[in-house]
Design a protein around this ligand. Structure first.
Ligand code: C2E
Ligand code: SIN
Ligand code: SIN
Ligand code: SIN
Ligand code: FE
Ligand code: FE
Length: 375
């Protein structure tokens, strides 16, 4: 008799994707000890941007908080065009044509890489990278074995993204109904989720935020006002200011949103999603104020989860720069001025500064997601 030990056991467990990737790396390294790093980048088809998402290496990860246009990475684009993985067995040369990310990988001492495009239902979703400190390791023979593992890792990523997609779809179906009667447009959500990402990226070093956290903020941001579905039209669509009883009802949208999310998570059995608290916190606390004057809980400063402080700034900035039923759109100068005024009072100072410091990127997003472009 012998005890067979399932090498892949960890992968069946209820673990965050990051831990599964680290586990997968450990398992793969037992067979292929030259593999020093596994990394995943995700693709945003709307902006054609590739973003770092997850990696298996420790603190010395060379490539965090990095993003590039797919069009600026010809070698990666080429992989996609051919639909086949790419082997680079010598990453040592440094000509000027090399992109920043390849240079950083090189500097870290990686000598070879194997890059596989990931597809889900025929759609390109990102790349999977295997890196090695040794050159000439990715031989034909090795790759036929490694591919099995590569597809396993890719399935793990797809599984996580699909779960997130189901959650988003479930919530969107409901929020879509809301937005049919909400003066906020879809573009508001496109913009504010990207402002949130700018803020998170900018704070990443100071707050030690990893790429997965940042990506989840980006994914969950559009759901912040889901609770507005519970607010009657007469209040939600009122063309003028709200009276105090209407205001009190309006203010229940954040707590309602959190409750809806909890319902959907339990009804759909989605409680395995890593970072699901981020979503709940965003819905519940995006109208808290750092001086305690916000709702629903009157939390102060760091009692308000960071993700909610980030979303608050992105949401208010986009509300100010957009036309509302009771006000015209403000220009950026005026809106940034107001943000500065209420920083430290309503809004978190670091989050406000992070947005203002990245004005160029903010304006780029405003160009990309103009109201009149989609209606
Ligand atoms: P929202 O459209 O998502 O607004 C987000 C936040 O942006 C507001 O949260 C507020 O903090 C900020 N904001 C928007 N416009 C202005 C402005 O002109 N000046 C300042 N200082 N801040 C602004 P808030 O106040 O908690 O409102 C939550 C939601 O309640 C809003 O969501 C909106 O749907 C609704 N709402 C608020 N005020 C009115 C109103 O006067 N009339 C109507 N019809 N709805 C309102
Ligand atoms: C990466 O590992 O994230 C990119 C390196 C490459 O382009 O091979
Ligand atoms: C809206 O619901 O979009 C208008 C109200 C606001 O911006 O506060
Ligand atoms: C917040 O409460 O965090 C947003 C600022 C505001 O309500 O004016
Ligand atoms: Fe809100
Ligand atoms: Fe909003």
């Amino acid at each position: 008799m012998f005890d067979h030990c399932d090498l892949l056991e960890d992968l069946n467990k209820h673990l965050p994707l990051k831990d599964k990737i680290v586990s997968a790396h450990r398992i793969i390294a037992e067979k292929f000890n030259f593999i020093a790093r596994i990394a995943i980048t995700l693709y945003d088809p709307e902006t054609r941007v590739l973003k770092t998402y997850l990696h298996s290496s420790g603190k010395n990860e060379p490539l965090v908080h990095y993003q590039a246009l797919l069009d600026d990475a010809p070698s990666l684009k080429d992989i996609l065009k051919k639909g086949r993985p790419r082997v680079v067995n010598k990453l040592v040369t440094f000509d000027n044509n090399q992109k920043k990310h390849t240079q950083r990988i090189g500097r870290q001492g990686y000598a070879a890489s194997y890059t596989m495009p990931m597809f889900h239902s025929g759609n390109f979703i990102g790349f999977l990278f295997f890196n090695s400190y040794k050159s000439d390791v990715f031989t034909e023979r090795i790759l036929s074995d490694l591919d099995v593992y590569a597809h396993l890792v890719s399935l793990m990523v797809i599984n996580e993204l699909t779960t997130l997609k189901i959650l988003n779809a479930a919530l969107k179906t409901t929020s879509h109904i809301t937005h049919l009667r909400d003066p906020e447009t879809g573009c508001h959500l496109d913009r504010m989720s990207r402002y949130s990402r700018i803020i998170a990226l900018s704070l990443a070093d100071k707050y030690e935020l990893d790429d997965e956290y940042i990506e989840h903020i980006f994914m969950f941001a559009p759901l912040h006002d889901i609770g507005k579905i519970g607010i009657p039209d007469s209040i939600l669509l009122k063309p003028g200011p709200l009276d105090s009883s209407e205001r009190a009802i309006m203010n229940t949208h954040s707590r309602k949103g959190k409750e809806m999310i909890e319902d959907i998570i339990s009804n759909f059995g989605l409680d395995g999603i890593n970072d699901i608290d981020i979503l709940k916190n965003i819905a519940e606390f995006h109208h808290e104020a750092v001086n305690g004057s916000g709702y629903p809980s009157g939390k102060v400063n760091t009692e308000i989860p960071l993700e909610a402080r980030i979303i608050a700034v992105a949401d208010v900035f986009d509300a100010l720069t957009s036309r509302r039923s009771y006000k015209e759109a403000w220009d950026n100068d005026k809106s940034f001025e107001l943000l500065k005024q209420i920083a430290g009072e309503k809004l978190d100072i670091d989050c406000v500064n992070a947005l203002i410091e990245n004005r160029k990127e903010v304006e780029h997003i405003q160009q990309q997601f103009k109201e009149d472009r989609y209606g």
